[in-house]
Structures are given as structure tokens and as C-alpha cells.
Design a binder for this molecule. Sequence first.
Ligand SMILES: N[C@@H](CCC[C@H](N)C(=O)O)C(=O)O
Length: 276
Amino acid sequence: MRVKFSKMHGLGNDFVMLDGISQKIKLTPEKIRRLADRCLGVGCDQVLLVESPRTPEADFRYRIFNADGSEVENCGNGARCFARFVRERRLTGKKRLRVETAAGILLLKVLDSDRVSVDLGAPVLEPEQIPFSADRRADSYPLEINHETFTIGAVSMGNPHAVLLVEDVTEAPVDRLGPLLECHPRFPQKVNVGFLQIDSRDEAQLRVFERGVGETRACGTGACAAMVYAHLRGLVNDEVRIQLPGGALTIHWSGPGQPVTMSGPTTTVFHGQIIL
Ligand SMILES: N[C@@H](CCC[C@H](N)C(=O)O)C(=O)O
């Protein structure tokens, strides 16, 4: 099967974008792993597949696959690239889009200069819905890893996130703790792990070890989860500029029950074809 794709990225979090409306595409975990492989395929953190919606309220459905082949619920940087992709591929001319994901409907607004803003809805904080094993909901939780206790925040932005506060993000033990936390038994569906340094009430820095990928240059839902945790702890204002290794995102959240919005850039790198 010969498939057309676009290679895109949001702050260096990179994607192979597939139009599953104009072409018939049958993906398997093995094909996804090959597409994502940086030596044997195109190379990316996530493969994103655009399909027709299953509900009349949405313009499109988009499905998200991590580089390890697993299908996941949400991807913030991917949502921004999706909005640009469907317009570039002339699948729509709309600047406001409603897109169906496994996590529900996202509202996207195409702004000027290739920027897109995403309304990801309200964060989920109830442990069993994250899912995270805890007796009751709390702003932070003690978590034991190899006989050491860490304090974490647990938030779902449609997909699960753990957030740890660190003094210095450049020195954060991302490579050591990331894989241990990703597969921690208290997160039965595994978890994305964010290491957050607060610089002021309006600025922070973040590195994310992504479930099913490893450390990426940026994680949109990770930045939203980090904002939610910092806000719950009373450390930041309602709007924060979060600096990730690949660049900055602006995140807005005014508190529990309110939607989180994220805005940031999108880049198209090249278009190609591959035999899958
Ligand atoms: N890069 C993403 C998140 C992609 C999915 C994540 N790895 C998961 O397994 O939930 C983003 O920008 O949000």
C-alpha cells in the first residue's frame, strides 16, 4: 500500500500526518512502529490519522498513535498540526474546527502566523478517571519509587499525566525517573511524566517523558497538565508561558471546572509517499 503523508511538528514534537479520508489506510501497530522509526521509516513521536467524524457535531475525527504503536486519547501539539494539515490538504477551509478524539471533542481555532489555539476542555482530577490509584482526590500525592518518596500531581487532559516540581529542569532526572514513573503500578494505563520548574507566576519550564515515546522536545497536553498542577498549588496566575526544549506554549486555565486552552506554532516540514 503506497500512502501519502506530511511530516509536521509543533515545537519539535514531530508527527507523520495521514489523510485517511482521501486514501484508504489500514494501520497496524507494526506499521506505526515502522513509520515512526527514525532509521527504517519516516521518523516521528506520533502518527496522526485523519478520518471522517462518527458524530455529526464534529468536522473530523483524528486518531493518535505513539511511536511504540499504542493508540492514545489525546495530543495537544498534534491537534494544532491537525488543524493546519486539513486546511493545507484542502479538506476544509474552516478556521474554527470541532474534532473528535478518543478523549472527546476538541475546539480548534486557526490564528495568524501558523499558530493554532486549542480548547482541551476541563482537566480530570478524580483519581479513578485519570486513572491513578489513590484513596481520594488531592492536589498532590506521595508516590514511592524504589524506596524513595516523591510528591506528584496527577491530572488527565484526556490522557494521563504525572507532574513533579523540580528546582532546575536542566538537572531533572528525566532519564532515570521517566521510565520508572511511566510504568508505575499506580498508573494502570501508564502515564506521561512532566518535570516542572516554576520561574515566576507567569513563566515556567518543562521537560516531558512521554508514555510510549520517551523524552520529546515538547508535549502540549503535558504543558496543560503542568499548568493545572501549578495552579492547584497556587504557584501561578491564570496564564503562563511554558518553555519546553523545543519552544514555548501559552496555557490559560482559571481553575477547576474551567477549560484549559493552549496556543502555539505549527510547522510543515515536507510531504512524501511511503510503501507500508
Ligand atoms: N505529544 C503529545 C502527547 C502524545 C500522547 C502521549 N504520549 C500519551 O501517551 O498520552 C502532546 O503534545 O500532547
